[in-house]
Design a protein around this ligand. Structure first.
Ligand code: LM2
Ligand code: CA
Length: 495
């Protein structure tokens, strides 16, 4: 449950709001060939269609389930199945965002959904599962509003409603069975695991009972006895009643401090020199239990946790530097974010457009990404995972997998460099002046292609070429004029 069950790739990407058919093609044409391990997909099961004044089909409607029928704006059951098979066939795993803490919030009777089940939120009737009022936590919640009011009280965080969402009682045997059936339906199809949404809001012991009942992975694609990968979304920046540590017995846990601290460092509120013991040394979870990322679909738009220092595609130079550091650094299992663009509208420090959903047509169907000649995406999709600096660092991580960090160097401030065994070398310059320095790269003598400024194509390099001497030392230069503040070479970028 801690092992991502990848066939090879050591990083996964969240293709936020992508249609299943686009993900299937992306696995075949890009993710497989480029060494991505898998994809986190948006919730696939039936949910509320939200139309609320100006708010039309927000991304967050997917976090208001109506049933476990596989039917969403990304496609139906057959589309989903086709994607899972096609991605597995090219060695790319699918991880489902499992929304099992709650069902929908309150909506008037007759509100539509993305499937055929229908629901009545007021009487807590979800006939597609079926769930009824007995299956919810109202009787176990003691707050006046029925909502979570105080994050210092663990029992209300778990037994009361999160922002008005009808809170399922995972202490009930019947509820557990329905959730297990849903997860097993997906596992049997060939899914490799789950992001467990809102894990902080469920009791770890109840979750353990549920996960222990989930089937082994499908042997068409996985070895016999392989367990589903579980990564639990627990926002723990410290100072609350509930900690991420309580969940490590069930699977991995999202380490939100990781992206927050790197955001602060690259924005200049902390020096890169301190990153030499980044991870456990900074009070984060043990690397064997953590899932790490620079931003996610919540904190890239001011939801969730991390605050204003989170780096996103909007500050692309820092974003590429932070992702490069993450992918080069031997801590945790790594996840990348892949976004669509939206126009922000800042009013009193808040983006009034933080609800905007993916690009859609006049019938509110998602318009999936198109692929431009230069490999970037069109139709309003950012596709960070297709940026050269990012996909080449995914390859770096795969090449360096199994080695530790060694030969750390820094200038005492914001220039750093380190090796990964004798497999990879990276240097980062976040200083206002050039980095020009002879450094130990730990690589064997030869010429290497810097995979940040270019690609190794055939026998040559479209970017900087680095000459490593017989002593492993190379002259490294990253000027402030360059597009990127990173340089990276590895055993497979030798030319
Ligand atoms: C998560 N992790 O624990 C997701 O990552 C996050 O995206 C989800 O919130 C949340 N938990 C529940 O699954 C999002 C979004 C909320 C949104 C909910 C439900 O961040 O703003 O709440 O999904 O769709 C919305 C409205 C809120 C309203 C609620 C209920 O923004 O004002 O509360 O729906 O109708 C009355
Ligand atoms: Ca709960």
């Amino acid at each position: 449950q801690w092992d991502a069950q990848v066939s090879n790739g050591q990083a996964i990407v969240h293709l936020f709001e992508w249609p299943w058919s686009n993900i299937a093609s992306e696995c075949e044409s890009f993710l497989g060939p480029r060494g991505y391990g898998g994809v986190q997909v948006s919730p696939p099961n039936e949910y509320v269609k939200v139309y609320q004044g100006d708010v039309r089909r927000p991304w967050w409607e997917r976090y208001q389930p109506v049933s476990y029928q596989i039917s969403s704006r990304s496609g139906n059951d057959a589309d989903f199945r086709d994607m899972v098979a096609r991605c597995n066939n090219v060695g790319v795993r699918i991880y489902v965002d499992g929304v099992i803490n709650h069902m929908s919030g309150w909506w008037p009777a007759g509100t539509g959904s993305t499937g055929t089940s229908g629901f009545d939120a007021g009487s807590q009737s979800y006939p597609g599962v079926p769930f009824s009022a007995y299956d919810f936590n109202d009787g176990n919640c003691n707050t006046g509003s029925g909502n979570i009011e105080n994050y210092n009280d663990a029992s209300q965080v778990r037994n009361c409603k999160l922002v008005g969402l009808n809170d399922l009682n995972q202490g009930s045997e019947y509820v557990r069975e329905k959730i297990v059936d849903f997860l097993n339906y997906l596992v049997d199809m060939g899914v490799a695991g789950f992001r467990i949404d809102a894990s902080k809001h469920m009791w770890p012991g109840d979750m353990k009972i549920i996960f222990d009942r989930v089937n082994n992975l499908n042997t068409d694609y996985f070895s016999a006895g392989a367990r589903p990968f579980i990564f639990q979304e627990v926002i723990d920046l410290g100072g609350e009643a509930i900690s991420g540590q309580e969940y490590v017995g069930n699977g991995r846990v999202t380490e939100f401090r990781y992206g927050k601290y790197l955001g602060e460092a690259f924005r200049g509120y902390n020096q890169l020199t301190y990153l030499s013991n980044f991870g456990e040394g900074w009070g984060m979870l043990d690397r064997a239990y953590s899932l790490v990322f620079i931003d996610n679909h919540d904190n890239q738009r001011g939801h969730g946790a991390g605050g204003a220092n989170i780096l996103t595609f909007r500050v692309s130079k820092w974003y590429k530097m932070a992702n490069a550091f993450m992918l080069a650094w031997p801590y945790g299992f790594t996840r990348l974010m892949s976004s669509y663009y939206w126009d922000q509208n800042w009013v009193d420090g808040q983006d009034k457009n933080d609800w905007i959903g993916p690009p859609m047509d006049a019938s509110d169907n998602i318009i999936g990404p198109s692929i431009n000649a230069d490999q970037t995406c069109g139709n309003g999709w950012i596709c960070e995972h297709r940026w050269r600096q990012i996909y080449n660092m995914v390859q770096f991580r795969n090449v360096a997998h199994g080695t530790d960090m060694n030969d750390w160097w820094d200038n005492g401030n914001n220039q750093i460099a380190f090796c990964r065994g004798n497999r990879g070398f990276i240097a980062i310059n976040n200083e206002g002046y050039d980095l020009k320095q002879s450094l130990q790269t730990c690589l064997s003598e030869g010429s290497y292609c810097d995979v940040i400024s270019g690609n190794k194509e055939g026998g040559s390099c479209t970017g900087k070429t680095i000459n490593v001497g017989s002593d492993g030392v190379a002259y490294i230069e990253i000027t402030t004029m360059e597009d990127d503040g990173v340089l990276a070479i590895h055993a497979e970028s030798k030319i």
